[in-house]
Design a protein around this ligand. Structure first.
Ligand SMILES: Nc1ncnc2c1ncn2[C@@H]1O[C@H](COP(=O)(O)OP(=O)(O)OP(=O)(O)O)[C@@H](O)[C@H]1O
Length: 450
């Protein structure tokens, strides 16, 4: 396997140099940077390594950096370094997609272990990507878009048919149904699979910034544009551009976008020189864009240009038969991610989740499955159809809380002793402490934590 580069970001010079040296001594290929902005620039250009970043930094913090990196490539493992006892931030980091966290003060060997796991995982993902691209017709799509309903089978068939073509695609569907997953599957099945996948959330960008974010700008293009900046479109370089929530794009930007799609060329703000653009466009929308056209909020010509191929991702309410399988697979995935024991889903929970409405669709179901996989229960109040099971769940939670609180008292707040005595992993204990609102400092005899 090729050596995976470790990008280390810390604004504390002393800490950064010491950590870089420790990783170099452990034979890693390390590149150390003092700021998240510099790191982001590097990751923007097809970075194939992993990232280790301090979470608290002046300027952009580690969590924001991680989210920006994952906008570019979700498969880049990000390890965040958290402060001593900063449990809440560590848990948040994991929930937002960190590969792992390392709490200060850490030993060099612990850091090296975590970095090694992340590098191995990254190498595996890159190898799979190459294999998939070489095979031309990858078929891991059933793992990514789980579901045995006729609607999901039909969707997967369409993705297999359209993916390898050059056609631009419009993906419609309610929130959380899997539109972005569909877009990534289309990209991965295309000959562009080894090129960048640039996801742009049109709804998250303020209209003032959207043009310069998409097209970039030259220095002096507008007041405040001190330096030239490349646009997201320029990053595509033979890959795919996902325009998420395209319905939120302001009308004037829609006109410019139409020109870009038709001419396959992009122009930075503040110049007339256009650059050729080799990219496939995929757009998603929650709204019915024909209604938006009728309401004067969306350009008809852009819609006609985009909807040559339209895929509709069904809501969970249209495929209730998929709910149980999705929940089980997602809960098992969560348990694996947190390195916890495998889970099984009891029948009454399967009934409860199948009967319930999921307005947030798979995203909402996934959150519940994540909590369940972490051993934190089902995560919604009317979890079970009969009061008996709800009561049982409450009693079990109360028992668990008391047991952990007692163990904290018995061990004077020493977390290592607590998780060892309860047979829990470190992560599982952290998650439960947060879930039950326990503050270990109330139980500490001293400041030690190991
Ligand atoms: N069929 C599926 N099988 C497994 N996971 C899925 C499936 N559909 C969606 N997911 C998961 O559900 C979450 C939401 O999916 P995604 O972001 O693709 O939805 P979306 O339709 O783009 O949402 P939004 O419109 O709110 O942006 C993701 O975590 C995704 O991995």
């Amino acid at each position: 396997m090729t050596q995976i580069q470790v990008l280390l970001i810390d604004d504390d010079d002393h800490m950064r140099e010491a950590t870089a040296l420790a990783l170099q001594l452990a034979d890693f290929d390390v590149r150390a940077l003092p700021s998240a902005d510099e790191a982001l620039h590097l990751v923007g250009f097809g970075f194939k390594g992993i990232v280790v970043s301090d979470i608290r930094m002046s300027g952009m913090d580690g969590l924001t950096l991680m989210n920006r990196i994952h906008d570019l490539d979700r498969d880049i493992p990000v390890i965040l370094v958290t402060g001593h006892g900063d449990v809440q931030l560590a848990v948040r980091a994991m929930q937002e997609g960190a590969y792992d966290f390392v709490e200060k003060p850490f030993t060099n060997s612990h850091l090296a272990d975590v970095v090694k796991w992340a590098c191995d995982r990254r190498a595996l993902v890159l190898e799979n990507r190459l294999l998939r691209a070489a095979a031309g017709h990858p078929d891991d799509i059933e793992q990514r878009l789980i579901g045995r309903s006729p609607a999901m089978i039909a969707l997967r068939d369409k993705i297999r048919a359209v993916g390898p073509t050059e056609a631009d695609v419009l993906i419609m569907g309610e929130t959380g149904t899997g539109k972005e997953v569909t877009a990534r599957a289309l990209h991965d099945m295309s000959p562009r699979a080894d090129k960048p996948f640039i996801a742009i959330n049109c709804a998250a960008l303020p209209s003032m910034l959207i043009e310069s974010e998409l097209f970039g700008h030259e220095a002096g293009a507008f007041p405040g544009a001190m330096r030239a900046r490349f646009g997201k479109f320029e990053l595509a370089r033979g890959g795919t551009i996902l325009l998420d929530e395209i319905g939120a794009m302001p009308l004037e930007v829609q006109a410019k976008l139409l020109r870009v799609i038709q001419e396959r060329a992009t122009t930075r703000l503040g110049t007339n020189d256009s650059m050729p653009l080799n990219a496939r466009f995929i757009a998603t929308s929650k709204e019915n864009l024909e209604d938006e056209v009728a309401a004067g909020r969306f350009r008809a010509d852009l819609l006609y240009r985009l909807n040559v191929v339209t895929l509709r991702v069904p809501a969970l309410s249209e495929r209730r038969e998929d709910i149980a399988l999705l929940f089980l697979k997602l809960a098992q995935e969560a348990a694996l991610r947190y390195r916890l024991d495998p889970v099984d889903v009891p029948a009454q929970i399967t009934t409860a989740i199948t009967d319930r409405d999921w307005p947030g669709n798979v995203r909402e179901l996934r959150n519940a499955a994540d909590r369940f996989g972490m051993g934190l229960g089902i995560g919604f109040d009317n979890a079970a159809p009969d009061a008996g099971s709800g009561l049982l769940a409450d009693k079990m939670a109360a028992f668990e809380r008391t047991t952990i609180a007692n163990a904290l008292v018995a061990h004077g707040g020493n977390l290592k002793s607590v998780y060892e005595s309860l047979g829990l992993s470190r992560k599982a204990l952290y998650l439960k402490i947060r879930r039950y609102g326990l503050d270990r400092r109330e139980y500490s005899f001293d400041e030690s934590d190991s």
